[in-house]
Design a protein. Sequence first.
Length: 212
Amino acid sequence: MDKKTSLLVLVTFLLGISVVLVWPQLKNRFSGVIAEPADVSPAQVSPTQISPTTSVTLSPVPLSPTSAPTPTSSQNIFSTWTTYTNNTLKYRFLYDPVWNLTTQANTTSVQGDVSNKGWPSINVIQLVIVATDILDLKTQVENMFNETTTQVTIGSSIPAVLLERTASPQAYAGKNYYFLHQGNTLTISLNDTGHLEADQLYQHFLENFEIY
């Protein structure tokens, strides 16, 4: 065998070996054949494996009913109030039984803890003012105190004259309600007004004041 023939045989042999070694890689690259994925159970699918076209149904979360607000203590504070009746001057009112109630010939007083404030403090007083009607009473009160008054209604539709007292270094602010009943002139005096809690107490007192 001459040199050319031997060289041709060697080249053919090497080419065959190269094709055998390279062919599997070329087959995988250009055949478009993709290995099938391993079976994955639904429970093993993570959120990131869900394709964008996958539809997900969300169950509505039931809403709990809104609870009614719990009544505050201010809404129940008047439930324990009791009735005082003055059979001489023919009037009655509600007051907190923990307050001190005192009576004199012409004055009935109810007073709570006033050690650090001026309320609650209420006086119902019989006056010596003689008036023919509510307008006459209004005029007399304004002349006595040189202050403007307001005609209002309290309790069970009782016409009254309101005189408001401003605070001073010597006294608390307050309100006086003057009215006529069976030939007598009476006044309800409220001390240290102008505070939310105090005014709530006083308003309840006035709304439930009665004459008979």
